[in-house]
Design a protein around this ligand. Structure first.
Ligand SMILES: NC(=O)c1ccc[n+]([C@@H]2O[C@H](COP(=O)([O-])OP(=O)(O)OC[C@H]3O[C@@H](n4cnc5c(N)ncnc54)[C@H](OP(=O)(O)O)[C@@H]3O)[C@@H](O)[C@H]2O)c1
Length: 348
């Protein structure tokens, strides 16, 4: 079969043997996989170490072909979402086929073992997935455009971040980095879940304009780089979700912190590479909550899927671009140029 094999500095298409079933495993036909905008940075080693060589790819929508005898929650023919997250407990977590380790992020002998047993991801025609990474999508067989469902993993990550602040219905929510794919997913989810207002915050004016057209509840704020000005433009809000990419400054995140109402919550979901200067007394007196959120869980996947299935969250708001496995370099270029309310789905 065809697959994308990542080596130390590169990703190539290669002909590889089809995976064979093993204990705890599910053989999946990959229908569509989200190609994150920053995949090139991942391949170049700028986002942490990959256990190379491996089949790259963190998450997909697929059809179950076969299951190991110890797998009971899915069966051949089911449509499933692969979340990539394999959690051994105690902070030992890996993303199969991708960068990122849970807990302190440093990894352990146990995560090394996990990565050697469950190494390969989903940018391939077929994938052998650890059963824990799969959640069934009841009714997805009749969804008209399965490639569009490749955006579900980002919706699930965004929904998990939002839910870390409690229910958003009737509350004012801000999404920092709303012009990115995770941010776009957070805006769509907050709207679907009944936020009173959603303030979309980012640099890219065109992307902010597209978000504003989604719903009258969307407000926008274009980041100025000045913390006080940005805080005044963002808030006051009850919930701020930070979905920024690898920004080299914490100013926008701290502007979101400043914009919170008393008892507000700031959730960190993005990839900012800076320390946050959070003042002890201010956090205490304003009774703020600071939460982190990583990936998603089965319950949130099911919720996000039901929002989509019911039409409450309409994925037609997203621009879908597709690429095959044949030319990884061209697909990575396309993904890098595609962000905001657009994404690239790899369709093997
Ligand atoms: N916690 C989790 O579970 C989880 C899961 C998946 C991904 N992530 C992280 O989420 C981050 C975003 O992912 P994505 O798919 O949304 O990426 P993306 O589509 O590339 O979006 C990146 C966003 O960050 C903004 N940005 C980048 N550099 C900036 C800077 N210097 N100042 C201000 N804004 C800046 C971009 O703004 P412009 O539009 O103005 O360029 C855009 O809004 C990634 O870093 C990823 O590692 C976290």
């Amino acid at each position: 079969m065809q697959a994308w094999i990542a080596t130390a500095q590169d990703v190539r298409r290669a002909e590889v043997p089809e995976p064979t079933l093993k204990g705890g495993g599910v053989l999946v036909e990959v229908l569509a996989a989200h190609l994150p905008a920053y995949t090139r940075a991942v391949v170049r080693g700028n986002r942490g170490g990959l256990p190379v060589p491996l089949v790259l790819g963190p998450s997909c929508v697929g059809r179950v072909l076969d299951v190991a005898p110890d797998v009971f929650h899915v069966e051949p023919g089911d449509l499933v979402l692969n979340t990539a997250l394999l959690d051994a407990g105690g902070g030992d977590e890996i993303l199969v086929g991708w960068v990122g380790l849970g807990g302190s992020g440093a990894g352990s002998a146990r995560t090394d073992r996990m990565r050697s047993v469950w190494r390969d991801g989903v940018f391939a025609e077929k994938a052998l997935c650890a059963k824990e990474t799969l959640v069934k999508l009841p009714g997805a067989e009749t969804y008209p455009e399965p490639a569009r469902l490749a955006f579900l993993p980002w919706l699930c990550v965004a929904a998990t971040g939002l839910h870390a602040a409690g229910a958003v219905a009737g509350r004012d929510v801000a999404v920092i980095g709303a012009t990115g794919q995770l941010g776009g997913a957070a805006v769509l989810t907050a709207l679907a879940e009944g936020a009173a207002t959603v303030t979309a915050v980012g640099r890219n004016e065109d992307a902010l304009g597209r978000l504003a057209k989604l719903d009258p509840r969307v407000r926008t704020h274009r980041l100025t780089g000045d913390r006080a000005t940005d805080a005044a433009g963002i808030g006051p809000v009850d919930v701020a979700v930070d979905t920024l990419g690898a920004a080299p400054s914490a100013e926008a995140t701290m502007a979101a912190y400043d914009s919170l109402r008393v008892r507000g919550t700031l959730v960190l979901v993005g990839g900012v590479r800076e320390e946050l200067p959070v003042p002890y007394g201010d956090l205490m007196h304003r009774r703020l909550t600071l939460r982190g959120s990583w990936m998603s869980d089965e319950r949130t996947v099911t919720t996000a899927w039901h929002l989509v299935r019911s039409g409450v969250l309409d994925l037609s708001a997203i621009e879908l671009l597709t690429a095959g496995l044949d030319d990884p370099a061209a697909a990575l270029d396309l993904a890098e140029r595609t962000t905001g309310l657009g994404f690239v789905a790899l369709v093997p």
